[in-house]
Each structure stands twice: as C-alpha cells, then as structure tokens.
Design a protein around this ligand. Structure first.
Ligand code: ZN
Length: 248
C-alpha cells in the first residue's frame, strides 16, 4: 500500500484519486503524474488499462493540472526509484511531447509528470523531421500513446536564430525548417529578434505549422486522429510565468 505519510503535500488526495483505488466508474481523471508505490509492481497492468481508458482530452487536462502544481510550488513528492522499479518491465506512456532543447523547459518537470508518463522528443525549435515523425508513430501506433503535444516556448533562441538568418554548421539546416514560420507570422510592429513579442508570435506560429506538418506527413498519425484515438495538440510554455498554455 502507499504510505501517504511519505507524501504530505498530497494529503488524502492519493487515496481518493490514486489509480490503484479508482473505481472503474470514476474514470481515469487525475492519474497522469500520479505517484507509484514501490511495493505495488502489479500496478503496471492496471496502469496500462488506466491509460487505455483515458481520452486524449483527459490526458491533456492532467498535463494542465501538473503545470498548475508546478506553478504553485506543489510538485508531487516523487520516489523516482520506486517508479523505476514499477516500470522496468514495460512502458505505457500516455503522450509524446515534442519540445525545444531549452534547459529551462523540461516537459516532465514543468508539468509534474512521473517517470514513464511520456515520450520526450527534444530538438531546438521543436521542429519535426522524418526521424521525429517515426518516433511519434512508434509512440502512438506501437505503444498506445494518445496525445502528440508540440510545445514551443517564449524567448526561444532557435526562433531568434531563424529570424536573424543565423548560419552555423548543421544549425543552418535546422533553422531553415523554422523560417517558414517567420514568413507566415502576421505581426504589426518590428519584425526583429530584439522584439520579444515578435519572437513569441513566431514561436506560436511554428507550433501551429509543426502540428500541420505532422498530420500532413504522417498518414499513420492522421488516421489515428481521425478515429479519435490520438489528438495532435499545441502548447506554449512561458518562461516568465511558468505557465503552459494549451491550444488546438
Ligand atoms: Zn527554444
């Protein structure tokens, strides 16, 4: 059994909502990021069933709640070693997140997610390419993840580089993939990397274009979304406010 005394910030919430005790009729809301207990290895099977019962909307709502905990300084008091033991024989992540390499925006931390909750693709400027699409198809079609979340962030250095037409080794080719977002961004004001509002507008447009690119170039994900099995969504993480804004 879970020892709630080891998790004082959770209070009695785990008893009410922890996935080991949720009645089937109660649905799966609130389980993503839920704490696991070292002595409950059999929870792996239940966790997969729980994940499979969740809708993409419920998974996104859980991510939103996790970000609220992060913003309030109410992160779950995790036992990563216990989580590691539970997940050692298999994984059933609920989502795959494509985000930037920025050191200040690690998805698991800013959305208070547990080990094994998400696949994590990170590349500067959160752009998609064939390898990223293949990873997403593995995540969703093979292992059953139900959300593809493209998450940009404010003050993104890759976006600034694309605006400034930076050329540097292999970075040149990466920034070329962001440049269509620079051109496609409607903006009244100075279109410069020194204008934070423009940089953030391009970052948001880049998320929208990347979402569209994923669905255009991946018939596998397109079909899963058309069946309602997968939702391709977008988000922006604000470095100043610590808020993840979900859209689309
Ligand atoms: Zn970035």
């Amino acid at each position: 059994m879970c020892d709630l005394s080891k998790n004082p910030r959770e209070g009695g919430r785990l008893t009410r909502r922890g996935f080991l005790k949720i009645p089937a009729a109660a649905g799966a809301v609130g389980v993503l990021g839920g704490s696991l207990c070292a002595g409950t290895a059999h929870a792996v099977t239940l966790t997969r069933e729980q994940r499979d019962r969740m809708t993409p909307a419920e998974i996104l709502a859980d991510m939103k709640r996790g970000n609220q905990r992060f913003r309030k300084g109410e992160l779950k008091n995790r036992d990563y070693l216990a989580e590691q033991k539970v997940w050692a024989k298999g994984q059933y992540p609920a989502a795959v997140i494509l985000s930037c390499i920025d050191s200040r925006a690690p998805a698991e931390v800013i959305m208070d997610l547990a080990l094994g909750n998400i696949f994590n693709c990170r590349v500067a400027g959160n752009i998609a390419n064939g390898d990223i699409l293949g990873s997403m198809e593995f995540a969703c079609k093979v292992t059953g993840a139900k959300v593809v979340l493209v998450m940009g962030h404010t003050s993104c250095g890759a976006i600034k580089g694309a605006i400034d037409n930076v050329e540097l080794g292999n970075l040149t080719g990466l920034l070329a993939k962001i440049r269509p977002a620079v051109k496609a961004t409607s903006f009244d004001g100075e279109r410069s990397s020194k204008n934070a509002a423009f940089v953030d507008a391009v970052a948001r447009k880049n998320v929208e274009l990347t979402k569209a690119e994923i669905l255009k170039k991946s018939p596998v994900l397109r079909q899963l979304q058309s069946k309602g099995a997968v939702k391709v969504a977008g988000a922006m993480y604000n470095l100043q406010t610590a808020t993840v804004e979900f859209f689309g």
